[in-house]
Each structure stands twice: as C-alpha cells, then as structure tokens.
Write a protein that binds this ligand. Structure first.
Ligand SMILES: *[C@@H]1O[C@H](CO)[C@@H](O)[C@H](O)[C@H]1NC(C)=O
Ligand SMILES: *[C@@H]1O[C@H](CO)[C@@H](O)[C@H](O)[C@H]1NC(C)=O
Ligand SMILES: *[C@@H]1O[C@H](CO)[C@@H](O)[C@H](O)[C@H]1NC(C)=O
Ligand SMILES: *[C@@H]1O[C@H](CO)[C@@H](O)[C@H](O)[C@H]1NC(C)=O
Ligand SMILES: *[C@@H]1O[C@H](CO)[C@@H](O)[C@H](O)[C@H]1NC(C)=O
Length: 461
C-alpha cells in the first residue's frame, strides 16, 4: 500500500497521470510464472555451469568489456516504479552515513548502492534472498514470499541502467558516470555462470579475479595494484586491510564529472567557511541566470536548482537564519526531496548570481559498515546464504563503493557577461560559501543519482 502511495505521488507530479497509466503493477518486475517456478524448484543445481575467475596476477589485456549503448530512453512503468524504491533505500543509507560521519563530506551514489545490493540478491537464496528483497523495498505487495514472488534481478538492473543512461545523454561534454565493478574471490571458488552473466548488467567494466586471501597483506597489495590499473589515475581505493577468513570481496567505482551550464571561473580563489571560524580559499564558479530559488523562513533553508545538461540538474540547499546542516539532514526523507522539487517547479524563477565552489571529492565507503550502523548487519554477513553464487560457502568481506565527483565551470562563456550586462535588473547575489547539501538529479524521472553534504569542496577522505 505504502509503496503504491509513493508511486502515485511521483507519477502525479511528473505529469504522466493519464488515468490508465497511474496504476503500475509491480509484477512486471517479478521473475517467474507458475510453470517456470515449478521447473526451477525441481531443477538439479549440481549440473549448473560454472565460471572460474583468472588469477589476479595474470596479465590480460584482452579483457572482455561490456559497453553501454547510448540511446534515448523512453521511461516505462517499471522505471517509474523503481525510482522511488531506489530513493527510499538511499535515504536510509544516507541517514546511516550522516550519523557515522558527522562533520565530513558525504556523497552517496544512490543508484550504485541499490545496484550493489541487487548484485548480491542475484546470488542469494533462502532467507538471505527474502531479507535482501525486503531491504530493497521490492516485496510482493500480496505478501507471498515463494518462488513466483521473486524479483527478476536482471530486469531490475537493466531498468536501472536505463535511468542512468538518460543522465546527460545528449551532452557529449559530460563524462557521465562510468561504472567499474571488481569482484575478488578465493582461488577455490567457482562462481555460477548464470550469476556472472547477471553481473554483466551492473557495470561498464566488470572484472572478476581470483586472489588468495589467506595471505592478507599480499592480497591487499595485489588488489590495490589491480584497482590502480583499472580505475582512473590517482583514484584512492581505500583498501587497507582484509580479513583473511573471507573468500569474496566487492568493489565498485563510479565517476561523475559535470559542468555547470553557462558558468565561469571567478579569477581569484574565494573564501569557503569549513567551520564557524575556519576559512579556506577555494576556486569558485559563478553563474548568472534565471533559477528557481527560495529562502524558506519556515524551514530556514535556502534552496536553488541549477541546470547541468538539457534536462538534468543540481539541487543545492543551505541552512539560513542560524539553522544547521544537521537539522536539515535529520528530517530528510525521499518525500522531503519530492517536496523540494515540487516547490521549485511551482515558484517563479528569479534573476540570480550564484557563486559556488568548484567541487572535487573522492570518497570510499564500506557498505558493511553502513549495514551494521542501520542494524541489518546479517544481510551480507558470515551466515548469509549465497548458494546461487557458488557451491562453495561464500563469506563476504568488504563491499566497497567508491564515488568520484567533480563539478566544474563550463569553458564556454569565458568573457561571461554577454546578456547579463544588457539586463538593467541587478541579480540577487547568492553565495554558497559554507557547507551545503547537494543532490544530482536526472530530469526525466527525477531520480536522484547522488546525494550528499559538501563540507570541504576539495577534500577526499
Ligand atoms: C529462515 O527464517 C525462518 C523464520 O525467520 C527460520 O525459522 C528458519 O530457520 C530460517 N532458515 C534458515 C535456513 O536460516
Ligand atoms: C506462491 O505465490 C503466489 C502468488 O504470488 C500464489 O498464487 C501461490 O499459491 C503461491 N504458491 C505457494 C506454493 O505458496
Ligand atoms: C545557456 O545560455 C544560453 C544563451 O543565453 C541559453 O540559450 C541556454 O539555454 C543556457 N543553457 C542552460 C542549460 O541554461
Ligand atoms: C557575479 O558574482 C561574481 C562574484 O561575486 C562577480 O565576479 C560577477 O561579476 C557577478 N556577475 C554579475 C552578472 O553580476
Ligand atoms: C541574449 O538573450 C536573448 C533572449 O533573452 C537571446 O535570444 C540571445 O541569444 C542572448 N544573447 C547572447 C549573446 O547570449
């Protein structure tokens, strides 16, 4: 009921609510018909094909790469059904991280986090599969938990890809998010070929390698070397230790690089207050134009929406009148985000001169820490059942999500002011010169690709 309610709100404000399209039956993401289900239940799993990962030391430049097709995307009911699922789950995650990292930069790769959990769902059985499906928010509303109510993970992953692909799809200047996923398993682990095929839907580049975890110092070294060779230069992957008793380790890397449309770099570095009495000088971007902007005196926050590409945008929020970032964060939910967007569509645009810092942040998260902070530790824990991944008992170690985010000025417009000087009206000056909340949004589905808090515009942890 609850999920359908959220869905209704979303379709309504997207303006797609022709009567026969409002009700979206979630079953189009379910996996099996009754007859397929009976067949699967009676199947002999011992004859399934397996995949043996090559050793991490193997020099192999002939890697099979999975390229994304870039094409215009038509959002169907399944995509629209998924957007709030991803949104609700990522706000749970963000709330967890906000608590764990009180005064640091945070950027949560929302769809990537969902995709990471979905990847484990593909290999999960029994109670673990049920718990993961519940955690993802994809339970069958009728309450059944048998084979026919399983979600088709591969279908969900390909719908997520549709959402991602439409982000800045028409703008060749934007390096939208390229995703690399690496999986490391013990040499004795044979993976199910079906599971591996499913994973190919999760990344632009997928690498699976065998590593001997028992010698954990050596494993750390070879994994870090491997990641260095596959990820963009200077990526800090954050792997410092490995538990020698595990046999499965997961790492994903996602890169967003966006340019603020029609913006220019302010010649001199400008002050940014990283604390009440702690100022640093940072490169700042200036953009002047008509933007939806509000200084809300009931919630004491400033909210502005600025375009990135044709259709996609950044939402920026900052506390005002003595309000704090923590206070805004503590009440933030998916519904809050929808309200923000809805309000910004309603209000009249204003002529604004916005300065905001150039942002370059790289962060690395262990999803296992997050799961324990929101009390769902056992989801990917030692007792979890991943018998659809492998016949060997899988012990999952760290599950790492790395986010690499850059926000820059657009190089066009270096002489700037073209139209601004023509306007007699003086723009309202808005300076984001202290910590703020940032949301990166896809314009068609309003899905949230990245959400976080910028405390220091160029700090990586
Ligand atoms: C699965 O969960 C049920 C109920 O929570 C429990 O009774 C059962 O023992 C669990 N099965 C396994 C294999 O853990
Ligand atoms: C499985 O769930 C479906 C509905 O999703 C139901 O029609 C069917 O009777 C259930 N089967 C069993 C064996 O419980
Ligand atoms: C950038 O400025 C041009 C000319 O003023 C305008 O046509 C265009 O819509 C602007 N781009 C965005 C994304 O606002
Ligand atoms: C906008 O603000 C920046 C920095 O404060 C300034 O350099 C620029 O001239 C302003 N532009 C306009 C059009 O007012
Ligand atoms: C100035 O703005 C007008 C519309 O307001 C637009 O048609 C024109 O292309 C703009 N000129 C420049 C140089 O951006």
């Amino acid at each position: 009921m609850h999920l359908q309610h959220i869905m209704l709100c979303l379709t309504a404000f997207l303006g797609l609510s022709t009567c026969n399209r409002v009700y979206v039956h979630p079953f189009n993401l379910l996996a099996y018909s009754k007859s397929e289900c009976d067949k699967i239940e009676s199947q002999d799993h011992s004859v399934e094909k397996t995949f043996s990962p090559i050793a991490i030391e193997t020099k192999n430049n002939e890697e099979k790469k999975i390229q994304m097709k870039v094409e215009a995307v038509d959002f169907g009911p399944a995509e629209r059904y998924l957007v709030p699922m991803v949104g609700v789950l990522s706000f749970r995650a963000v709330a967890g991280w906000w608590k764990l990292h009180k005064s640091e930069n945070i950027l949560i790769p929302n769809t990537d986090f969902f995709r990471t959990i979905m990847s484990f769902y593909l290999g999960a059985s029994g109670n673990t599969s049920r718990s993961l499906q519940t955690f993802l928010g994809l339970d069958d509303p009728s309450g059944f938990t048998n084979c026919t109510s399983k979600v088709n993970g591969i279908k969900v992953l390909s719908k997520l890809k549709n959402i991602d692909q439409s982000f800045c799809s028409k703008d060749s200047e934007i390096t939208a998010h390229r995703r690399t996923a690496c999986i490391f398993v013990s040499p004795n682990v044979q993976l199910s070929e079906k599971f591996v095929q499913g994973l190919t839907h999760t990344a632009d580049n997928l690498y699976i390698r065998a590593v001997d975890f028992k010698d954990s110092a050596k494993a750390v070294k070879s994994i870090n070397e491997f990641l260095d060779s596959k990820l963009p230069p200077n990526t800090k992957n954050g792997l410092s230790s490995i538990d020698g008793t595990i046999n499965f380790l997961y790492s994903s890397h996602i890169h967003f690089k966006g340019k603020v449309a029609n913006s220019s770099l302010i010649p001199n570095h400008q002050p940014f207050w990283i604390g009440p009495s702690n100022e640093v000088l940072v490169p700042m971007i200036s953009v002047t134009g008509m933007f939806p902007f509000t200084e809300d005196i009931t919630t004491n926050q400033l909210l502005i929406k600025i375009p990135l590409c044709d259709n996609d945008f950044l939402l920026l929020a900052q506390p005002i009148n003595g309000n704090t970032l923590e206070n805004i964060e503590s009440s933030m939910k998916w519904e809050t985000y929808l309200n923000w967007i809805e309000n910004l569509y309603k209000i009249q645009k204003r002529y604004i001169n916005l300065s905001l810092p150039k942002v370059k942040i790289e962060l690395s998260y262990n999803v296992q820490d997050l799961l324990s902070s929101i009390n769902v530790l056992d989801l990917l824990g030692k007792n979890a059942d991943f018998s659809k991944m492998s016949k060997t008992d899988i012990k999952v170690g760290k599950v790492i999500n790395i986010v690499d985010f850059e926000l820059e000025e657009s190089d066009i417009d270096s002489n700037g002011e073209s139209n601004a000087t023509e306007s007699k009206e003086k723009p309202v000056e808005v300076k984001l010169n202290k910590p703020f909340i940032l949301a990166l949004c896809e314009g068609t589905s309003k899905s949230l690709l990245l959400l976080g808090r910028v405390v220091h515009p160029t700090n990586s942890i």
